[in-house]
Design a binder for this molecule. Structure first.
Ligand code: AMP
Ligand code: GLY
Length: 430
């Protein structure tokens, strides 16, 4: 059987790596892939980007199953296009992907279905948004969160510590748009929302429209610097499982967030098929609330989750696309998986490209180097994006997994490499 993975990051490298382990998979294509998929003979990397070109390719090559990694092709309707041509693809339709691509849609949806989340309001009018901030902050004095409606590559959220910051964010998002947010129909909109205290975790499930299979929990580190400081990034590392998701929190997340979402989407005529990612904020009482929905696997969460998945991913995705996820029970490695992202010089503001990468450690059952922003030129690897590699290891404890991942990181050579030595710190007992 031939399978196709759409995307070019560490998540897609990990998906391809895991799919290649299936006995039923004969060839794994990755489009457009990266230097890691291009230099590994077990994959075929194809330079295709547009949904039409991908669907043509899947038809010609008789691809049995396609899986979509990132949000952009989903929001562009790649799943709708494949299905209209009778091609099997795992991911949400364009309409279902609005859970991620429109913060305003997601907030309204949560309100309609009683799903716990931060109190919020959505605005197209700047004066009304400014007035709302003044009223909210006047009442609580707390930080307030301003979110652009539309895909923003993880940059569309400002956690404002002062009213001035919130006002500046509103002005930028509704007019200048220096963050480069891809607006939804109707133009620029902002969501202003209550700041939630607590600890975050990534709660990801597979949906086939009606049934749900939960994946292992995980936690990522979004800030660039150690101690979770500095600007937000796409994620500087992750580990799985996340101990903050106790059995009690897990049950609440399913009952109060995941099931109402899956049932709500089906009732609204947008049945959700694909990976559904609920970003949770868990308060001191163990009550989870939804920070956001993503309609895909997280990155770098995928790398650590897939490292621990013992079940056959191809079989799983075939069930997911047949609507038979009720027949699936997943097997997990009981060890901890921990991934450390190596980022390029200048990341996240202005990542430098073109640095030569050498001395990559060989993959072992306990250590894998997943590529993201890398490219293969004349047989040599170079950096080509912000997050370059995710060095992922298994260990019997968070500390041991961290040590093993960092040993791998220290072998790799490229100029200006940045990484964090404290990934997993919230789960390490001192
Ligand atoms: P998002 O893109 O919605 O996940 O937001 C990015 C990050 O901003 C989240 O992972 C949180 O760390 C933070 N954040 C977003 N919304 C809130 C909120 N209402 N309260 C506290 N932190 C938030
Ligand atoms: N690591 C967070 C995300 O993929 O959105």
């Amino acid at each position: 059987m031939k399978v196709l993975v759409i995307g070019s990051g560490g998540r897609e490298h990990a998906l391809a790596w895991k799919l290649a382990q299936s006995e039923r998979v004969q060839r794994v294509y990755v489009a457009p892939g990266n230097g890691g998929t291009a230099s590994d003979p077990q994959f075929v990397t194809v330079p295709l980007h547009s949904p039409e070109a991908l669907a043509d390719f899947a038809q010609t090559e008789k691809i049995v199953l396609t899986v979509v990694g990132p949000e952009a092709p989903l929001a562009a309707g790649v799943v709708d296009l494949f299905r209209s041509r009778g091609l099997r693809i795992f991911g949400p339709t364009k309409a279902a992907a609005e859970l991620e691509s429109s913060k305003a849609y997601a907030k309204d949806f949560m309100q309609r279905h009683g799903i716990p989340t931060a109190r919020s309001a959505t605005f197209t009018d700047a004066a009304a948004a400014h007035a709302y901030v003044d009223a909210e902050v006047g009442a609580t004095g707390a930080p307030i969160v301003v979110k652009a409606d539309g895909l923003a590559a993880g940059k569309g959220v400002v956690v404002a510590m002062t009213p001035d910051e919130a006002h500046a964010a509103i002005t930028d998002m509704l007019s200048a748009n220096t963050l480069g947010v891809q607006h939804n129909a109707g133009g620029a909109r902002v969501v202003v929302e209550e700041f939630m205290q607590g600890e975050e975790a990534s709660f990801i499930v597979l949906c086939d429209g009606g049934n749900v299979v939960t994946l292992a929990t995980s936690q990522d580190h979004k800030r660039i610097f150690e101690g979770d400081t500095g600007p937000n990034t796409g994620g500087m590392g992750a580990y799985s499982p996340a101990p903050v998701v106790t059995p009690n929190v897990h049950a609440k997340a399913m009952q109060e967030i995941i099931w109402p979402t899956v049932h709500g989407m089906a009732r609204e005529g947008r049945p959700f098929t694909g990976f559904l990612y609920a970003g949770l904020m868990i308060d001191g009482q163990g009550q989870p609330r939804t920070v956001e929905f993503n309609c895909r696997l997280g990155d770098p969460e995928a790398e650590v989750i897939l490292m621990r998945l013992k079940s056959d991913l191809f079989e799983l995705l075939m069930h997911a696309t047949d609507g038979t996820l009720d027949k699936v029970e997943l097997q997990w490695d009981r060890r901890i998986a921990l991934g450390v992202v190596m980022a390029a010089a200048g990341y996240p503001a202005a990542p430098r490209k073109g640095d030569a990468i050498t001395a990559l450690p060989a993959g072992t059952p306990e250590l894998q180097v997943f590529h993201a922003g890398t490219t293969l030129q004349d047989g040599r690897l170079h950096t080509s994006g912000g997050r370059v590699l995710c060095v992922t290891a298994l260990g019997d404890s968070v500390k041991l997994a961290q040590q093993r991942a960092l040993e791998g990181v220290r072998q790799v050579q490229f100029d200006g490499a940045q990484w964090r030595n404290d990934i997993g710190h919230r789960a390490i007992k001192h």
